[in-house]
Design a protein around this ligand. Structure first.
Ligand code: AMP
Length: 386
């Protein structure tokens, strides 16, 4: 077996993408003495101000590619919609973790679902749809209610349509605006869970305790950790998440999202080949944050302990909590709570329900943390534009 080189502190870590996940990665990397190089893709990039260096050019720029691979010792990704060609071009020159293939599977629902099915990993019944006829066949096979999802570029409920069975399917397809989609059975789940896992170069995997996730307008609202499920369900979710990472021959940090059904069974909804919003509690409540974990595994170091040190509730701070796009909320109620920790992403405009930051509430039990988070949320929403 060839030794995996260790990338030591002081080296330059390249990040594809410059969003808040890249920003928090840079903060962890810099704390550990690494230097960071962010390639933004030309998108608005909250990571730039905390990176040692940034390349603020699109992902198809040959000049940006040349700069990136000549300066970075190793690279990772912070969002999955990086063009595959860019990832391949980077990986041809320097190590990129996770691999372009693993990211490509997770960035496309058809490939993702097909992968899960091929590996015997439980997921909702689905059919691939590429025409109005195929949609009609898929509805006949899967039944209704069902959810039609675009194959590519879907997240936070975008590119999704619930079908009840009353629709004109030719119309639905004509207006859906994609040439490939997946039709999934609508799952009457009891709750949604997610598990963060980090898989190292030697194939060892560590799993964090499952988070219980609640959404607001299809966007993550709160993550409750530990999830309020039996130890057996929590253990099974971790086992399945590790199976997914193994089957992908994954190297890096990833999030696996689940539906938990009333009969206790679990179905994988989707995977994120990067840190995940439902892992933000790890910044204040776990021995190793998901971002430090990404640094460690990318650099060939062994993974840190995923141990949960305190029950925690993570509250997402969305743009609609801002009184005005450029006026932040009054944070004094949050600062008055000595066990609540604010993380803001430095975005200048709180457009719509954009993710502006999050807050982690620690307590001796999740119910107490949830109560404090809900009180603050109500207060912020009252003062906001929701
Ligand atoms: P996704 O972008 O696939 O994570 O979907 C966003 C949210 O829509 C999920 O977190 C669920 O709350 C809901 N959802 C997605 N797929 C289904 C499904 N097959 N059945 C029921 N709800 C779903």
């Amino acid at each position: 077996m060839t030794e995996t080189p260790i990338i030591p502190p002081g080296s330059v870590l390249g990040i594809l993408g410059g969003g808040q996940l890249g920003r928090m990665f840079c903060m962890s990397a810099r704390r550990m003495g690494y230097r960071t190089l962010v390639w933004t893709g030309g998108l608005e990039a909250p990571a730039i101000v905390v990176a040692d260096e940034a390349i603020d050019l699109p992902f198809d720029s040959a000049e940006a590619l040349e700069q990136f691979v000549s300066k970075a010792a190793v690279a990772t990704v912070e969002f999955e919609n990086i063009p595959r060609e860019t990832m391949e071009a980077v990986a041809a020159k320097i190590a990129l973790h996770p691999s372009p293939n693993a990211v490509a599977i997770c960035q496309h629902r058809e490939r993702e679902k097909t992968f899960l099915k091929q590996h015997g990993i439980p997921c909702a019944p689905f059919a691939v749809v590429a025409s109005a006829d195929e949609l009609a066949k898929a509805v006949a096979e899967i039944g209704t209610p069902a959810v039609l999802k675009t194959a590519a570029f879907g997240y936070d409920g975008k590119g999704q349509l619930k079908l009840t069975g009353d629709e004109d399917l030719a119309d639905v397809w004509a207006n859906f605006g994609t040439d490939r989609a997946v039709l999934e059975a609508f799952i009457h789940f009891e709750r949604e869970l997610s598990v963060m896992v980090a898989r190292s170069a030697d194939g060892s995997v560590v799993a964090y305790d499952p988070a219980e996730n609640r959404h607001r307008h299809h966007i993550l609202d709160v993550s409750i950790v530990p999830a309020r499920v039996s130890p057996a369900v929590a253990a099974e979710a971790k086992v399945i998440a590790c199976q997914v990472a193994d089957a992908l021959d994954y190297r890096g940090i990833m999030g696996v999202e689940f539906f938990h059904l009333p009969d206790g069974s679990l179905l994988v909804n989707e995977m994120a080949p990067r840190p995940h919003n439902s892992g933000h509690h790890t910044l204040d409540a776990c021995a190793t944050s998901q971002f430090e974990q990404q640094v460690r595994v990318t650099c060939g170091l062994s993974a840190g302990s995923p141990k949960l040190l305190s029950p925690v509730v993570m509250l997402n701070l969305l743009g609609d909590m801002w009184p005005d796009e450029q006026v932040p909320p009054d944070w004094s109620p949050l600062f008055a709570d000595g066990s609540a920790f604010l993380h803001l992403y430095g975005k200048r405009r709180a457009v719509g329900r954009r993710k502006m930051g999050h807050a982690n509430f620690l307590a001796d039990d999740v119910e107490a943390a949830l109560k404090r988070a809900e009180i603050l949320k109500a207060e912020l929403l009252r003062g906001g534009r929701s």
